[in-house]
Design a protein around this ligand. Structure first.
Ligand SMILES: [Zn+2]
Length: 489
């Protein structure tokens, strides 16, 4: 645990131990070309865990989220209008928001993610790459890259086993059309920090690379970024670390061209959604961190996304397996015990009424969990959202309103209705779960009614179902008059 209460996992301590003395710069870079989903969050959380482990051993740490806002749009995501094809090759920071709610395409996808990071109280600096280029942070490394164009080209050809075009350049200048791709760099003028290039129509233009009038190509930028920001650690997903991948070129470029030591690394595996496959913006399997923060607190989100070991692939189970995860999380976090399933029943019964929920928890025997009203309100909201959006049908419970209950009672036979009336007369507010369970059972026996049909009648008028949570504790937790009203028909 560090001073902010975020647990430091064992694997993160080991990785941090392998890194030398600080100061450290831990970076995580993500494209903003589409939704930044919960799978992407895994990378940021890996970096956060390492930053936390370094801070815990007393190191000075700068923790950066590098948003690739200046990158060119490459393809149109499924939810983006086809008319956006005209922007292919333009910087994401220079393209209008497809929904019109933010200042750019990049911000439309970045802002919700940034808000989730803030909600998680992450100690992270969010840097936008277009601002870094405009502010001159990349000027020196861009000059260096342009001066070593031939070596960089050689490394790319070597590693990827692909012939680069004759006019290949590490730099992508922005033409007056707004496009970054498809230009031909003709000349580098280092004193003027600019390049002369032929645009897509063959006209000569110039771009000043100290002012953000272009960017380094992605593979070169990765190595250049390490140097420009002084990066000492960066995690990568398996899509980058395969043979011939971007880390292989960046490692060689860092050593051979930029004369910069390759930062520490951790390779994480992807996460999927149970029954749905890997998360991917382009395939439409998208779950946003904000969606997950609606069903669990930040530290539970950290735990579920990282899993026991982020080097292993893992499927999020937000359905029937979720209550058990929440119970384990609560136990480890030392929070007052109340089974998540029970909270779900309470939340569905009382809605957002925290006092009523506290009463139900106390009567159900979860006195401690009822004490902190603020936490209870949060937990109830999470449980209710989970029930509505993720719970299997069998766990979706809601106390019928009196009219629905009367309608349900009409579908029962006379024996069942008489049984419910007798129960309602004998029910007393001071009974605990066990006493109510005994009452339900003994009344059925006394009337010669099969317990199965008796209990089915109870569930029917309370929940509109033929089965449900154990009836005694459930009823004991409900306000007495609500139960009586429904049982007496
Ligand atoms: Zn927007």
């Amino acid at each position: 645990m560090n001073e902010t209460g975020i647990p430091i996992p064992g694997w993160a301590e080991k990785v941090a131990d392998s890194l030398g003395a600080g100061p450290h710069v831990v970076v995580s870079g993500i494209s903003v070309s589409g939704n930044i989903h919960a799978g992407n969050l895994r990378e940021v959380l890996v970096a956060e865990a390492i930053a936390g482990a370094l801070r815990a051993r007393g190191e000075e740490v700068r923790f950066i989220f590098h948003a690739d806002t200046i990158d060119p749009l490459r393809k149109i995501a499924p939810t983006i209008p086809r008319s956006y094809e005209e922007y292919i090759g333009h910087s994401l920071s220079h393209i209008p928001d497809p929904e019109g709610c933010h200042v750019s395409y990049a911000e439309h996808f970045l802002v919700p993610f940034e808000e989730a990071l803030r909600e998680m109280e992450m100690e992270i600096e969010v840097l936008r790459s277009h601002e870094l280029y405009e502010g001159g942070v990349y000027t020196d490394v861009t000059r260096e890259a342009l001066d070593h164009t031939e070596e960089l080209r050689g490394i790319l050809q070597d590693v990827t086993d692909r012939q680069m075009p004759e006019h290949w350049s590490p730099y992508l200048p922005r033409a007056s059309s707004g496009k970054l791709t498809g230009m031909r760099v003709l000349e580098h003028l280092p004193e003027q920090t600019s390049v002369v290039f032929a645009d897509e129509d063959g006209f000569e233009e110039a771009a000043d690379y100290s002012k953000g009038e272009g960017k380094l190509g992605w593979r070169v930028e990765l190595a250049a970024r390490w140097k420009a920001l002084g990066v000492t650690f960066e995690p990568f997903g398996k899509d980058h670390t395969t043979s011939g991948g971007s880390t292989e070129t960046a490692d060689r470029m860092a050593r051979e061209v930029f004369d910069y030591p390759v930062p520490g690394r951790y390779e994480y595996e992807w996460i999927g959604l149970k029954g749905r496959g890997d998360m991917s913006s382009s395939r439409g399997i998208v779950l946003l961190p904000k969606d997950l923060l609606r069903i669990m607190p930040p530290n539970a989100l950290r735990r579920i996304i990282l899993g026991r070991d982020p080097a292993r692939r893992f499927d999020l189970d937000l359905g029937s397996g979720f209550p058990r995860f929440m119970d384990e999380y609560r136990a480890e976090a030392g929070e007052p015990f109340v089974p998540f399933n029970h909270l779900v029943v309470v939340a569905q019964t009382v809605g957002g009424d925290v006092d009523a929920a506290a009463g139900m928890l106390r009567r159900g025997g979860y006195v401690e969990a009822a004490e902190d009203g603020e936490r209870l309100a949060r937990d109830l909201a999470h449980a209710r959202t989970w029930a509505e959006e993720w719970a299997p049908e069998s766990m979706r419970l809601g106390l019928l309103d009196p009219a629905e209950s009367r309608e349900a009672a009409a579908g029962l036979d006379d024996e069942q209705r008489a049984y419910l009336r007798e129960v309602s007369e004998r029910l007393a507010p001071e009974m605990d779960g066990e006493a109510v369970q005994d009452l339900l059972y003994s009344t059925a026996i006394g009337r010669g009614l099969k317990p199965k049909r008796a209990f089915a009648a109870v569930y029917k008028v309370l929940l509109g179902k033929t089965s449900g949570p154990k009836a005694g504790p459930f009823i004991a937790g409900l306000p007495d008059e609500r139960v009586r009203e429904r049982l007496s028909g």
